[in-house]
Design a protein around this ligand. Structure first.
Ligand SMILES: [Zn+2]
Length: 260
């Protein structure tokens, strides 16, 4: 790889967008393909089980590996079928239940099809979220999106872990290739913007609780008053994650026990 292609992507990187647009998936899931020195591809997030989409990915065979940023179905659902379509290519994820013909991913560098790809643990959106790093770019899955902010799921995600992951990503000033939405030019800058946003939201949630909001629903009404009804459930999850975080912050004893 090296150098930017005509479409603005790093050389050897291309995008196939799945036909699953929606309030949580923006324009659809981004399936990323990295051309390997041997003429095939490494796939990041095959996306939903959509026959046409999976067939389009399979045209890039031989597929050296299918890497998964996290276990949400809009990223991983089509992985097993894609693997079968391309002769049993390994599917690699943090969560063993999503792996095919492979051991689970762990942080560090993996070699796939002659490419070195760094696996960065970035839990928070989900417990099993990772980002994939190449010299020119970071593939962020749902940890950072191309537009708007992401949800910290509850109880699978964790806000404290998510803030720490954003701190990690703020040290990667390279192209942002997200799981949904358009590419960004600076992953580090977006990570810092997300951190500011999260801290503002936490202040708003603290203020809502202080002024009497006594349930996650009441906090959503106070803080996310202009929320699109189609994504209200996601706001409720984020609020539950934030209330958990604030509860632990205000109870240093149990937090210390948790971290033992
Ligand atoms: Zn997700």
């Amino acid at each position: 790889m090296g150098g930017a292609a005509d479409d603005g992507l790093p050389g050897g990187v291309s995008l196939l967008r799945a036909p699953n647009p929606g309030p949580m998936t923006l324009d659809g899931t981004n399936t990323w393909l990295l051309r390997t020195p041997r003429g095939g591809a490494v796939v990041i997030d095959p996306g939903p089980q959509d026959d046409e989409h999976l067939a389009a990915i399979a045209e890039r065979a031989p597929i050296a590996a299918i890497l998964i940023t996290h276990g949400h179905f809009d990223h991983v659902e089509g992985a097993g079928k894609l693997s079968r379509l391309v002769g049993g290519a390994p599917v690699r994820a943090v969560d063993p239940q999503h792996c095919v013909n492979s051991a689970p991913l762990t942080p560090g560098v993996v070699e796939e099809g002659g490419l070195s790809i760094e696996v960065l643990a970035t839990p928070g959106h989900t417990h099993d979220s990772v980002c994939f790093v190449i010299p020119e770019a970071v593939f962020t899955g749902d940890t950072i999106l191309g537009r708007g902010t992401t949800v910290v799921t509850h109880p699978d995600g964790d806000l404290g872990a998510y803030l720490a992951s954003l701190e990690v990503l703020s040290a990667y000033p390279r192209m942002l290739l997200p799981g949904h939405g358009p590419v960004g030019h600076d992953c580090a800058a977006v990570a810092r913007t997300y951190l500011v946003h999260r801290r503002e939201r936490l202040d708003q949630v603290r203020a809502a609780v202080a002024s009497g909001a006594d349930s996650p629903e009441a906090v959503v009404d106070a803080v996310y008053f202009d929320i699109d009804p189609r994504v209200r459930f996601a706001a409720e999850q984020s609020v539950r994650a934030q209330l958990d975080y604030l509860r632990r912050e205000s109870q240093p004893g149990p937090q210390q026990l948790d971290s033992l």
